[in-house]
Design a protein around this ligand. Structure first.
Ligand code: GCU
Length: 619
């Protein structure tokens, strides 16, 4: 009985069977891939499968119910029974893309859709062929030549499915069903303040690998070594013994790393030039093991905390930040190099040294560019508001997303903080869930800080959260001057609070319609947003334990939660409108403030300069 017969069930002759099987998804309950299946991609060539794919929406999950994937392409004359899906290429979708921006009728599609693509493969080599999907929102089920080969859940991290055993010589049919439904058990759950795009929205490729290959590689400065020790680790695809050879351009010629049972790690004396925003020095690293070779460009730096201070390479650092979503009027959630470069250009113009990539892992190119350009990053997983904290499956999903994010970006010097959640009420189930996530982050990577964007403890009106004991840095979202009109509250909160570790303001700000002027007391005017920024930045400057401020947000972004005449389906808290060009007055307020702070850091007179002064305001 083949795997497929097992899925189909014995003696499948009832053409109406699928009408009565509401448990159809159980047939795909096995086969989820996750962080253990990831393949290290640095220095590897991959065969792109991007381009036009046959595309069909499937809001009723007909494809799974009726097994559209099982029907090999054939002319209608050869169909034994009528079909409801074929692989003709009349309707296509470009990959990568979000289906929501392709046709008006697909804008609000929340359901499933099918992508089909053919590629040619020559069998007869001992190569292993792995499919890499950069990201698919939210759940993806993959079929090759009619066979279910694996699934993945989590909308913002890459996944890898081995195709080797299922390939045929010649033309192969690859089909991916993507389901972006918002559900209470998912991460994020059904309620978010961003747009729920769907589809294969990051690159898709085939990776050709030797029989035993390097699945993971880590390179980092050993914390507490004063910048004089490096640690490398290698994980192979199989539990075999061997030796990996590591070279670090200009630092290490050929370091032998013994591998036993598929894993090896080693520490060596070495004193690299340390990476920092002002000196983003990267080293070319190559690793050979058996028939496999990978490479990476790695910056070595140490990030730590000391009491209420954040230290970069042992020196106190203040995080001059801005938050950003992955959203674009034309591209939706799909990213382009030009879009990322523009994002960092704007951060540079704001005199930032730090960006919070909210609320989910962004495209891996963002961290690579931040490494090159010299920006520090906060990366997070979408444990957002009220997810199903008591559901074991939801925890497994969140835990896997966290491990995938860490495994993908742990060699990025720019990434200094793993964020494990945003604005979650301090309940017992949440506490249990998120303290376990904090432990996961530390286990997966002991070289970075762990944090979460917490809320004010309303009972004590303090910066206080039970979870803080599991965090290195307390993130705090506060909107005094906007959701809480009086700025006096912020003064009281800061005076009331006595945190024992650094605090970063992970969100603050106000909405403004670009070009709308009026009294500073009128919501949605640029003047109101500007006034909120001035008051916030001045007030926060007085709290010594605030070691970073990351206003919400760089660009206006799409969210159907916002429906006033000012918002029209957009969150308008951007310092730049959604056209990613039109700056609002508050942009200059923040830019001037961060410039002043940077001047003070670079030896300006009299220690810490105030965060903002009136004469430095918007031109
Ligand atoms: C919250 C939330 C954001 C949201 C923002 C806002 O703090 O974390 O995702 O967009 O507030 O209300 O604008």
């Amino acid at each position: 009985m083949s795997a497929q017969d097992e899925l189909d069930g014995p003696g499948q002759i009832d053409p109406y069977h699928h009408l009565h099987d509401e448990a159809y998804e159980r047939r795909f309950a096995k086969g989820y891939v996750g962080w253990r299946d990831m393949v290290f991609m640095g220095g590897r060539a991959a065969e792109s499968l991007d381009g036009e794919w046959r595309f069909a929406i499937d809001p009723y999950d007909e494809g799974l119910r009726q097994k559209w994937y099982a029907d090999a392409p054939a002319p209608v004359e050869a169909w034994p029974v009528p079909r409801d899906y074929d692989t003709n290429a009349e309707v296509t979708a470009p990959v990568p893309s979000c289906w929501n921006v392709l046709r008006r009728e697909w804008t609000y599609l929340e359901g499933a859709a099918w992508y089909t693509r053919f590629f040619t493969h020559r069998t007869g080599t001992d190569e292993r062929i792995v499919l890499r999907v950069g990201a698919a929102n939210y759940e993806a089920r993959v079929f090759l030549n009619g066979i279910f080969v694996g699934a993945h859940r989590g909308g913002s991290t890459p996944f890898f499915i081995e195709l080797t055993g299922h390939l045929v010589d010649g033309e192969n049919r690859l089909q991916i069903q993507v389901d972006n439904r918002r559900r209470p058990d998912r991460v994020p759950m059904q309620h978010t303040d961003w747009f729920n795009y769907g589809g294969l929205y990051r690159e898709v490729s085939l990776v050709r690998l030797p029989p035993v290959f390097i699945r993971d590689f880590g390179a980092a400065l050993v914390p507490g070594s004063g910048g004089r020790r490096l640690r490398f680790d290698v994980t192979l695809s199989d539990p075999v013994d061997g030796t990996a050879t590591i070279a670090v351009d200009g630092l290490i010629d050929a370091l032998a790393l013994p591998v036993s049972g598929g894993f090896g790690s080693i520490e060596v004396e070495a004193s690299p030039a340390l990476w920092s925003p002002d000196t983003p020095r990267l080293y070319a690293v190559t690793v050979r093991c058996g028939d496999d070779e990978i490479g990476d460009r790695v910056g070595f730096r140490e990030i730590s905390v000391d009491g209420r201070r954040i230290l970069l390479n042992g020196e106190p650092i203040f995080l001059r930040g801005i938050c950003v979503h992955e959203d674009d009027v034309a591209l939706g959630k799909t990213t382009s190099e030009a879009d990322l470069v523009r994002r960092f250009d704007h951060a540079r113009a704001l005199n930032c040294n730090f960006l919070r990539l909210a609320h989910y892992p962004h495209h891996e190119r963002a961290a690579e560019l931040a490494d090159e350009l010299g920006f520090l990053l906060w990366e997070e997983i979408p444990v957002y508001w009220t997810i199903a904290f008591e559901a074991a499956d939801t925890f497994a999903d969140a835990d896997n997303q966290l491990r995938e994010m860490v495994r993908r970006d742990r060699n990025r010097a720019s990434v200094i903080i793993w964020g494990i959640g945003n604005e979650n009420a301090d309940t017992d189930p949440r506490h249990a869930f998120m303290s376990r996530l904090a432990a996961t982050a530390r286990e997966a990577d002991g070289t970075r800080l762990v944090s979460a964007a917490c809320l004010i403890n309303r009972a004590h009106f303090r910066i206080e959260d039970r979870l803080a004991a599991h965090l290195d840095v307390i993130g705090l979202n506060e909107y005094f001057g906007w959701y809480e009109p009086s700025m006096e509250g912020l003064e009281r909160l800061l005076a009331n609070s006595d945190p024992d570790r650094p605090v970063i303001i992970t969100e603050t700000g106000a909405d403004a319609v670009a070009g709308l002027r009026g009294p500073a007391t009128t919501f949605f005017t640029e003047d109101c947003q500007e006034a909120v920024y001035r008051a916030q930045l001045t007030t926060l400057a007085r709290a010594g334990y605030v070691q970073g401020v990351c206003p919400w947000i760089l660009y206006d972004f799409r969210t159907e939660r916002r429906q006033t005449v000012f918002q029209r389906g957009y969150n308008r808290k951007g310092l730049v409108a959604e056209d990613k060009t039109t700056r609002k007055r508050a942009f200059d307020v923040l830019a001037a403030c961060w410039a002043e702070r940077r001047r003070a850091e670079n030896g300006g007179a009299g220690g810490q300069a105030p965060l903002a002064t009136t004469n430095q305001g918007a031109s």
